[in-house]
Design a protein around this ligand. Structure first.
Ligand SMILES: NC(=O)c1ccc[n+]([C@@H]2O[C@H](COP(=O)([O-])OP(=O)(O)OC[C@H]3O[C@@H](n4cnc5c(N)ncnc54)[C@H](OP(=O)(O)O)[C@@H]3O)[C@@H](O)[C@H]2O)c1
Length: 289
């Protein structure tokens, strides 16, 4: 049992912190910008709610965060009353936010200056993965800190891997998003074509999902896509934030991502259709408008 803090109780963080308490059996202190959510969590799970990230981080063995983007992450770490004001020497900060590799390297260096450790640890598996505690966690950082953190992270994960030094977890998550972008557009075009051809989409997917075209997106999203339902899941706004990070990194490392850049623009069109909070499978809505 370890002393653990969790900063950011959103769609992902709230259940993840819950698993650290219930499944991991750890002593958990939470912080959330909107304090009412932290109070609700503390009542539901029997932990402690702190008033600032610094207060949450003081005296902990592990400090987790899952906030929105690079700036949000800086604000809860190196910002005023941020966790790095109070994090102890030897403690490990585990960041589950999807952010840039650059901010991961920056915070790794800032943590080391304090004698603490930093692991970038973005996740895949969505809201359902967080609620069921079966996320995939892609880590970057030092082996020794990772080895200590891994059994704690496993409270909310099915797969936890160290991909390389600081930033490597975020780079791996970028590959995950590159693969998803092209794949979902392909799936949207397939369903769109099938409807135009007058085929029974359910029947089509039942058969082709068992062949070489099968994917998690096909299995889990075809029904709702076919029904034109998108008010759930991983929001288009979040996907555009992630693709922005991906395309900036590609400009730096010279990778050619023509399909990813195109699909990013398709998502921009979905936003103009009012789909900012729709699931990423809403690429089909754009084809059907
Ligand atoms: N949702 C998914 O399916 C999914 C899947 C994989 C990865 N992710 C990634 O996980 C991260 C969190 O996603 P989410 O869906 O949990 O988002 P969310 O529901 O919007 O929650 C964001 C959390 O961050 C806090 N926050 C945001 N900006 C802050 C700031 N400047 N200072 C302090 N706290 C701040 C929010 O506090 P308030 O409660 O006060 O707003 C909230 O607790 C994102 O990087 C996202 O890309 C999400």
């Amino acid at each position: 049992m370890a002393k653990v803090a969790f900063i950011g109780l959103g769609v992902m963080g709230y259940p993840m912190a819950g698993h650290l308490k219930v499944r991991g059996g750890h002593e958990v202190t939470v912080y959330n910008r909107t304090a009412a959510k932290a109070e609700r969590w503390a009542t539901e799970f029997g932990g402690r709610a702190a008033a600032t990230p610094a207060e949450a981080a003081r005296g902990q063995d592990f400090v987790f965060a899952c906030v929105g983007n690079d700036d949000d992450l800086r604000s809860v770490t190196t910002g005023k009353d941020g966790a790095f004001e109070a994090i102890g020497s030897g403690a490990v900060f585990i960041d589950n936010t999807t952010a840039s590799a650059e901010v991961a390297r920056e915070l790794y260096a800032a943590a080391r200056e304090k004698g603490a450790h930093f692991i970038d640890a973005p996740v895949s598996g969505g809201q359902a993965g967080a609620e069921n505690g079966v996320l995939t966690v892609m880590c970057g950082g030092d082996t020794e800190a990772f080895d200590r953190a891994k059994p704690v992270i496993e409270a909310y994960a099915r797969m936890v891997g160290l991909m390389g030094p600081a930033g490597a977890g975020q780079l791996t998550k970028m590959i995950n998003q590159i693969c998803i972008a092209g794949l979902v557009q392909g799936l949207a075009e397939g369903i769109h074509f099938g409807k135009k051809a007058g085929l029974d989409i359910e029947k089509v997917i039942e058969v082709i999902s068992k062949g070489a075209a099968g994917s998690w997106q096909m299995e889990n999203r075809h029904k709702t896509m076919n029904a034109g339902k998108y008010d759930f899941g991983f929001a288009v706004d979040w996907m555009r934030k992630d693709l922005d990070i991906v395309l900036a990194e590609a400009r730096r490392n010279g990778a050619k991502l023509p399909v990813t850049a195109l699909v990013d623009q398709f998502y921009a069109e979905v936003q103009t259709l009012g789909g900012s909070r729709w699931d990423t499978s809403s690429l089909l809505a754009r084809l059907e408008k």
